[in-house]
Design a protein around this ligand. Structure first.
Ligand code: HEM
Ligand SMILES: *[C@@H]1O[C@H](CO)[C@@H](O)[C@H](O)[C@H]1NC(C)=O
Length: 314
């Protein structure tokens, strides 16, 4: 009797050990890939679909739009409005997809309709949250651009509860005081918004001057280089397209576009030192951007309930 109880116990013990080997606890995902947690496996499937069918493995239009969307969703977060008794937005919560019918009407979100629809379909197909898909696609987009860094990706954002209010996304005609106050309200330092503007190294304008869609902010919009910071410091002499528009200033080259906000941030004493530092140091730009993006992706979110799926990022 005693012997049989013991052998049952040891059988249970042996089974438990076999199911959770002490070495290599990685979960098996699709195509022979593995992840530290099975909950990350779905992101490999999202990655394959996103890269093949939306980005086409390029640092092109859709990748640029996905990166811009990651900012517009995350910056929709204002503790200041909350302290005044209003809803201040949920930050990187996917509200721009879930409440797209409202937020896509905001002037700042012009041009984001098609990327919002495409990411909504992907999220629905794989059963991931809208907040997650937006930050995931932003991180993946950067990897398609030459020299684009790997950025941490955390998964598990809950569904947005309300639309972010209008007026939280900085506009290119805002002055530096307004821009810095807005991003500081959301939780970003002046240096961090300068770090994040490395994104304008892989960016086009389409709606500031609609007569010249696709005019880039530096001459190498598929390369994540720091030429952008240096170009913005050059004297501006030409007006590309059909005259100067609200939020636009003169550019150094006929096929380059300069935003008034970039011009002002590059020259304001609160931010010009850091702007120049990034313009002189590609490695600093890349590493600071990766850190600031990871922070931006958590605005308004409780990082304690998220899990790290960075290993999925190519
Ligand atoms: C002071 C803050 C910022 C202002 C005022 C600003 C403004 C703008 C404007 C006006 C455009 C052109 C949009 C169009 O014509 O369609 C643009 C494009 C873009 N922005 Fe920003 N931006 C800011 C910060 C950021 C940040 C933090 C990110 C990402 C982390 C970002 C990513 C992009 C990208 C990727 C594009 C190109 C979109 C495309 O090629 O279609 N921007 N931005
Ligand atoms: C910046 O813009 C805000 C809002 O339009 C305005 O109230 C403020 O006076 C401006 N500040 C400067 C320094 O121009």
């Amino acid at each position: 009797m005693k012997f049989s109880t013991l052998s049952t116990l040891s059988l249970v013990y042996a089974t438990t050990v076999a199911a959770t080997p002490s070495f290599s606890q990685r979960a098996a995902c699709s195509k022979g890939r593995t992840a530290s947690s099975a909950t990350c496996c779905v992101w490999y499937n999202v990655l394959d679909d996103l890269q093949a069918n939306l980005f086409e493995h390029q640092c092109g239009d859709d990748a640029h739009d996905a990166l811009r969307l990651s900012f517009h969703d995350a910056i929709g977060y204002s503790p200041k409005l909350k302290s005044q008794g209003q809803f201040g937005g949920g930050g990187a919560d996917g509200s721009l997809i879930k409440f797209g019918a409202i937020e896509l009407e905001y002037p700042s979100n012009e041009g984001l309709e098609s990327i919002v629809m495409a990411e909504k379909d992907l999220a629905d197909k794989y059963g991931v949250s809208y907040g997650d898909i937006i930050q995931f696609a932003g991180v993946v987009s950067v990897r398609n651009c030459l020299f684009g860094p790997r950025i941490a990706f955390m998964a598990g954002r809950p569904s947005a509860t309300q639309a972010a209010p209008d007026g939280l996304v900085p506009a290119p005609f805002d002055n530096v005081t307004t821009i810095l106050a807005r991003v500081e309200d959301a939780g970003l330092t002046p240096e961090e918004i300068i770090d994040l503007l490395a994104s304008h190294s892989i960016a086009f304008q389409e709606h500031v001057d609609p007569t010249i869609p696709g005019t880039p902010f530096d001459l190498t919009p598929a390369i994540f280089d720091n030429n952008f910071y240096r170009d913005v410091l050059l004297p501006g002499s030409v007006v590309p397209g059909s005259g100067l528009h609200t939020g636009e200033v003169k550019s150094p080259f006929p096929h380059e576009f300069r935003l008034q906000s970039d011009f002002a941030l590059a020259r304001d004493s609160r931010t010009s030192g850091h702007w120049l530092a990034l313009g002189l140091n590609q490695h600093l730009m890349v590493s600071r951007f990766a850190t600031a993006m990871a922070k931006m992706a958590l605005l308004g979110q409780n990082s304690g309930i998220l899990h790290d799926c960075s290993e999925v990022i190519p």
